[in-house]
Design a protein around this ligand. Structure first.
Ligand code: CU
Length: 144
């Protein structure tokens, strides 16, 4: 490679958001943890990273929960069976649900950047019981 060719390549490496990553989450009817699961069910990522939701098995999606969305974050909702990637630029704790399986406890948590656990550890009252139980279990195992 001549120097003339190498320079744009090096510039590209430097200019790119070098630390932005894409984290993969797989959606299952059943896995080792039980029925209706995101795998992993907890992610801690950097601000500006992306999350890709992969439908390993059919009839799932990924959607934000209005009462578990950081201030200023844009809600999202993928289509059922969609291979969906979203960039998360606002820091804080995101509760994610599978729309058809929310009441069955198909949820996960994504912590983006610095999370104020003093305010975000409290779960909202309007969650279905099984979603609330799953969130509690996720937070207990992921953060302790
Ligand atoms: Cu689902």
């Amino acid at each position: 490679m001549t120097l003339k060719c190498a320079l744009p390549f090096i510039f590209c490496l430097l200019a790119a958001p070098a630390f932005a990553e894409i984290h993969e989450v797989r959606m299952y009817n059943r896995n080792a943890n039980g029925a209706m699961q995101y795998e992993p069910s907890y992610l801690a990522i950097a601000q500006g990273d992306s999350v890709r939701f992969i439908p390993e098995q059919s009839s799932h999606n990924a959607a934000t929960i209005d009462t578990m969305l950081p201030d200023g974050a844009v809600p999202f909702k993928s289509k059922i069976n969609e291979d969906f990637t979203t960039e998360l630029t606002v820091s804080g704790r995101y509760g994610i649900k599978c729309s058809p399986h929310f009441s069955m406890g198909m949820v996960m948590i994504i912590d983006v950047g610095e999370v104020d656990t003093a305010t975000s550890d409290t779960l909202p009252d309007d969650l279905p019981n099984r979603a609330k139980d799953r969130f509690s279990a996720i937070l207990e195992t992921a953060l302790k």
